[in-house]
Design a protein. Structure first.
Length: 474
């Protein structure tokens, strides 16, 4: 099978991107070879997202086009995974004869076997929810598996969600919460650090809910888990790990220990992506979010008290059923009060099987929802550029990702997760995965422009807390 080549198309969240990396690793271990592009592939996997209706419709359109891709060369295979696969299962095989197999979010380990069966003419869908921990037990990273950004890696610590927000399909597509044993997480991060990774992002649908059920039931030791803040402290102590991040947390699960960790752990970066969805208490109640807008304001203040240079980003939905103009104004007020540096904002999209899809509240007219989205995004653009301008003159540290699309520069991320385009220095260009110290010279609506500090070399090892002008850059 060594001459068989695969390619993967991925849409959706970072969890999906990491799942694609896991599948690629499994296929490499099974003897497949990564193709340079889909035209060179014998197997094309489509890893899907169903968080919004638009993403689902795009999949169906793409699958229609893939019929021609298969016909170009006999023997080609198409597999569909991810959240739409978990949601639709056998229905995808029935609707799209060009699809050879379907694998759900709990069945990544089965992909090589499904591909082998498809070569023998067997079409199968594997979407059973699995509660066992085997889904986390994957082979070591294959030598041929390239890393999108050298120096940076994602690590899954938990999967699933038990919150059942009225608009969200994730509990159906990702299942109930399950936390991975801490020892396995530590071993993986230690191995990554030993391999030169300096930044790790912990992943989970509600990542800071890690271990909560085991702790509450008094069985954390038996299950091998621990409180989330304790896990962060253990990981932050790993030699060579310079940066630690996590996404996406739930506002309910920021206990005092987690807030304190942001002020006490040098490796824990000063950025929290805090999905709040709305600033209206009435809408939040219908969304079943279990907090109020003032709770978000208080949490933001607590986090910034622990770490003054910390920035917050968020997710927001406009046009939720029954959202009034006053509700929308409350969202704008929360965004202004908290001062989110960035946000991912969307018009409400009804998802099948969710309570909100059956909501009796009046739907917001499409034109009004669009107008609200544009108003929210205009407010956010103003907040983003104001923050970027406040950073001009500050010294910061950038993890280099590679060449920038702004000609001749390098691109990377600073501790606050801002995109930074770095002018070339006098010496050799830092390699991707390097940490370099830079001074911000210009702000743009979407990024910072910077120059290497005197000497242009790597930032001092262990540098994580900004000082002086950089620390007050809010």
């Amino acid at each position: 099978m060594s001459d068989r080549r695969f390619a993967i198309r991925t849409s959706g969240c970072q969890m999906n991107a990491h799942d694609s990396e896991k599948v690629a690793n499994l296929l490499l271990h099974a003897g497949w070879v990564a193709a340079a592009d889909p035209d060179a592939a014998d197997l094309l996997l489509v890893n899907t997202c169903s968080i919004r209706e638009k993403a689902e419709h795009k999949l169906y359109s793409d699958l229609g086009l893939l019929r021609g891709w298969k016909e170009q060369r006999p023997g080609r295979l198409v597999g569909v995974g991810g959240c739409v696969a978990q949601q639709e299962g056998d229905a995808l095989l029935a609707r799209f004869p060009q699809v050879d197999f379907v694998f759900g979010t709990h069945n990544l380990r089965l992909v090589p076997a499904l591909a082998e069966a498809a070569e023998a003419g067997q079409r199968r869908a594997e979407t059973a929810e699995r509660r066992d921990l085997e889904r986390f037990d994957l082979p070591a990273r294959h030598p041929s598996l390239s890393r999108e950004t050298p120096g940076r890696a994602f690590v899954t610590v938990m999967e699933g969600c038990d919150m059942f927000c009225s608009f969200c399909i994730v509990p159906r597509t990702r299942g109930r919460e399950i936390s991975r044993p801490a020892a396995a997480i530590v071993r993986e991060v230690e191995a990554l650090a030993a391999d030169g990774v300096v930044e790790v992002t912990l992943l989970g649908q509600t990542v800071n809910a890690y271990g909560r059920h085991d702790v509450r039931r008094g069985r954390a030791e038996q299950a091998g888990t621990m409180p989330y803040a304790a896990l962060l402290r253990r990981l932050a102590a790993i030699p060579g790990l310079r940066r630690l991040r996590y996404t996406s947390p739930h506002p309910l699960f920021f206990d005092d220990a987690l807030v304190a960790a942001h002020g006490e752990l040098a490796a824990l970066q000063p950025h929290v992506h805090l999905p709040v969805q709305s600033g209206s208490d009435a809408v939040l109640a219908r969304m079943r979010r279990r907090y109020r807008a003032d709770d978000v304001r208080a949490l933001a203040a607590r986090l910034r008290s622990a770490r003054p240079d910390l920035v917050l980003t968020t997710d927001l939905i406009v046009g939720f059923p029954g959202e009034s103009e006053r509700d929308f104004e409350d969202t704008l007020a929360l965004v202004r009060d908290v001062g989110f540096v960035d946000s991912y904002s969307f018009k409400y999209s009804p998802r099948p099987g969710t309570p909100a899809a059956e909501e009796s509240a009046e739907a917001v007219p499409a034109a009004e929802a669009q107008a609200r989205l544009e108003a929210l995004q205009a407010l956010q653009r103003g907040l983003t550029i104001a923050y970027h301008r406040s950073r001009v003159g500050a010294v910061t540290e950038v993890l280099v990702e590679g060449p920038s699309r702004k000609g001749g520069r390098l691109q990377g991320r600073d501790p606050q997760h801002r995109i930074v385009h770095v002018e070339p220095g006098a010496g050799p260009a830092p390699a991707p995965g390097s940490l370099v110290e830079v001074r911000v010279g210009e702000a743009t609506p979407h990024s910072l422009l910077a120059e290497p500090c005197a000497g242009g070399g790597e930032a001092h090892p262990g540098r994580a807390f900004l000082s002086g002008a950089a620390a007050s850059g809010r």
